[in-house]
Every structure is written in structure tokens, then in C-alpha cells.
Design a binder for this molecule. Sequence first.
Ligand SMILES: *[C@@H]1O[C@H](CO)[C@@H](O)[C@H](O)[C@H]1NC(C)=O
Ligand SMILES: *[C@@H]1O[C@H](CO)[C@@H](O)[C@H](O)[C@H]1NC(C)=O
Ligand SMILES: *[C@@H]1O[C@H](CO)[C@@H](O)[C@H](O)[C@H]1NC(C)=O
Ligand SMILES: *[C@@H]1O[C@H](CO)[C@@H](O)[C@H](O)[C@H]1NC(C)=O
Length: 440
Amino acid sequence: MRALFHSLRIVKMYSILLVLCMTSYSLSASSTLDGTCVNPTTLSFIENSLTNISDQLKGSSNGVSESITSVTSLLQLTMLKEMIGSYKESSTSNSNEEGLVLLEHIELILNTSTADLNNKLDTSTAELSTRLSAIEQDIPSAISSLQSQVSSLSSDLNKLSRLLAKHVNVSLDDEEEAPSSPLLSSCDAILSKWPNSPSGYYNLADVNGHSRHVYCHMETLCGKGGGWRRIASLNMTDPNEKCPTQFRTYSEDGVRACGRPDTNSGSCVGITFPSKDIKYSQVCGKVIGYQVGSTDGAYAFRSSKVINLPYIDGISLTHGNPRKHIWSLISGYSGIAFSGCPCGSNNPKSVPSFVGSHYYCEAGNHNTAASYTTLYSSDPLWDGKGCGSTETTCCQRTLIPWFYRSFGYSTTDNIEMRLCCDEGTNNEDVAIREYEIYVK
Ligand SMILES: *[C@@H]1O[C@H](CO)[C@@H](O)[C@H](O)[C@H]1NC(C)=O
Ligand SMILES: *[C@@H]1O[C@H](CO)[C@@H](O)[C@H](O)[C@H]1NC(C)=O
Ligand SMILES: *[C@@H]1O[C@H](CO)[C@@H](O)[C@H](O)[C@H]1NC(C)=O
Ligand SMILES: *[C@@H]1O[C@H](CO)[C@@H](O)[C@H](O)[C@H]1NC(C)=O
């Protein structure tokens, strides 16, 4: 019984490996589709997988786990073999010597492992059926799930090999002169052309025809379909991530977040997210932060209503120069005497007209006067949750915590995120915990 659980764990591990493989292959497939597949990289990935499988086989000693390992390995090998075949077919038509040497090397490993496997499998399958008669239904279902994964993989492989041939010709033709770029110019275009493309890194052509390596989010965001290009992300919950250098790092109550450097007066700290010269006309994003000290929302009376100044206590997202407003994320006023939020119910404060309704506003502290130095970690801002009694409507927004803008024109402007407050950090600040900004 214990042996079986061990074996099923191995099956599971292999399923994960297969899914990983599929992701890698799908990515390669998509990359090939947009003309950027690098054969040697994919080939050395296959080579590593094969070496690993081979090691697994040598390492396994238990009869049951050995059969499972063997069966799953065989499935993997089958699909790898299919892939190698396709590569070989398409590669012999050109003079890619490096590729051919690699292919032969792989084929050798493959031939050895397959023979080895077939031998081992014959002996241990007999053992397997006697040992596991009581629970034998588990094994077929595990194997059939693997098989279905493999079969969905082989359609990817087909696609890949068909397009590989094309790519080989394109790169040979274009190597010498400036390439007439086969790259698409947006994640959305990739998704339209190949609707099953997974999220991941792709190469796109910028407006000058140069290749740009970007992350495409292919699932729906902001209710506007997939095909989004990520231009910024930060997740301070992940202990490996750091604040952009110009920001100060808060580390309190197990919360890590990024605020303004120490100052005795109003200030902004900003970061620019390059557009990489790729056009976009829509923005979908999310920012989560915390109130620190005594922020005043849109009641930032020391400021003017000017976009370049701290017109709110919070975050101003803009594009271009001069700055054009995208979204404001406002840190409201603590307590119930008045709401610093334009959406508040008690003596609300208005935002400048360039903001319009393109803002979220929440406070992180309710009903008590704020301490000037506390980071209010229990109620994160702009997540649409925990709005106080004077700001309930502020949480009633359709997409919150996501925000969405469609410009009605396309641009290659950089996007700028500025964290501004109209008083010093001895009075107030806002601390950013995470953001994700996508464009298309
Ligand atoms: C092969 O195994 C090593 C060690 O187990 C691992 O680090 C590596 O990622 C594996 N390579 C592949 C392609 O699975
Ligand atoms: C692998 O085996 C096939 C036959 O199954 C054979 O044609 C091929 O030459 C072998 N490759 C190597 C590198 O030994
Ligand atoms: C690639 O080029 C070769 C030789 O020029 C040609 O025979 C083959 O049909 C081409 N493949 C594709 C897919 O165009
Ligand atoms: C941020 O990182 C944490 C810890 O690694 C993880 O649990 C969380 O899902 C991440 N958040 C996002 C939005 O990716």
C-alpha cells in the first residue's frame, strides 16, 4: 500500500512534469508561430528531459514504482520521439549543422533509454498486476489521464513541427539583410491568431520593427478578454521582491510595502514603466496599498488641482509628457467627521476634473484619529473591501480592485506611477504592497 502511494506520487510528479513540458512546448509552439523559435534551446530542453528520465530509471529500485516510472517515462519518450522526428525532418532540409549534431546525440540517448525501458517494463508489469489487484483501478486512471495529456500534447507538437519548417526558411532568408519582421506587434494579435496561446513570454515587434521580449497575459482581465501585455508588476508579499530603489521600504507587522523617502513636506516619488515602443490603447491594472499616518484623501489642501503636484494623497497613474491622467488611487481620511473621498457620504471632497470618475478612494483606518506613524495593515486600500461607514459607495465599483481605461486612441507613451502626499512623512504616507499593470 505504501509502495502504491509512493508510486502515485511519482505519477503525480510526472503529470506535473508533463504539464510543465506542455507549457514549455506550447510556448515554443507559439514562439515559433510568431517566428522566434530558437531550435537549439528547445532541443537542449528535450535533451535534459531525456537525461533526467534515464537517471530516474537507473535510480528506481522498488518494483511497483519502477513500473509506474517506466510507463510514464515511456509516454514521455514516445512524445519526445515524435518531436525529434519532426525536428529531424524539418532540419535536414537546411544546413543547420549544430542542430543536426544535437539531434543525433538525442537520438542515441533515446534509442538507449527506449530499449532499456522496454526490457524493464516487461518484467515489472507482471509483478505490478499481482501486487495491485485490489486497487488496480487507480493505476489505469492515472495512466489514462497521462495519456490524454500526451495526446493533447501531440497536437501541439504537430503544430510546432509544421511551423518549424516555415521558420527555418524565414531565418535562413533573413539572416543577412535587415529582416522583414515576421513578429506580431501585440499579445492580442498573437491570441487572435492562435486562440489557445498560454500566458508567458513572447517576442513582439515594436513600432520600429525591433524585437521586444514581453510577458503576455492571455486570460481575461478587466472583463475585456485576454491578450494583455504586462508592463509592470510588484508583489511585496513575496519576500524576494524589493521596492524600486527610489522608494522607502516599510516592514511592519509582517507587512512589506513601499512608500516615500523621509521628507518634512509634500512630495512625490515615481517610477516609469517603459512602453517598449509597443502601441496600446487600453490599460487594466490593480494597485493595493496601505494608509500610513493621517492621509486626507482628496482634501489635500496644501496642493493645487494640478496633475504634476500632489493633487491627492495617494497614487497617480499617468501616461506621456505632459502627463495625461489614467487612474488615481486615493488614501482617504481616518475617522467619521468627514470623508476625504469624493465618493464619501459625509462632506466629500472633490477631485480635479481631469480625474473624473477614474479613481478609487478608501481609508485604512476608521472611526479613530490616525496616529501619524502607523501603517494601517488590517485594511488594505483599493481592494474594494472594508470601506468605512462614510465611504461605503467607494467600495461599490464594478471591477475593483482592478481598474480599466480605454483611451479611444493608441499610444506608445510610457506609463508613470507617482506616489504623492501634500504633507511630510512625519504626518502621512501611502505604502504600496503590490501592483500589476497591463496594456493592450
Ligand atoms: C533534470 O533534473 C535536474 C535535477 O533533478 C533538474 O534541476 C532539471 O531542471 C531537470 N531538467 C529537466 C529538463 O527536467
Ligand atoms: C536509433 O534507432 C533507429 C532505429 O530504431 C536507427 O535508425 C537510428 O540510426 C538509431 N540512432 C542512433 C543515433 O543510434
Ligand atoms: C523551405 O525551403 C526548402 C528549400 O528552399 C523548400 O524545399 C521547402 O519547401 C521550404 N519549406 C517551406 C515550408 O516553405
Ligand atoms: C504575491 O506573492 C505571494 C507570496 O509569494 C503569493 O502568495 C501571492 O499569490 C502573490 N500575489 C500575486 C498577486 O501574485
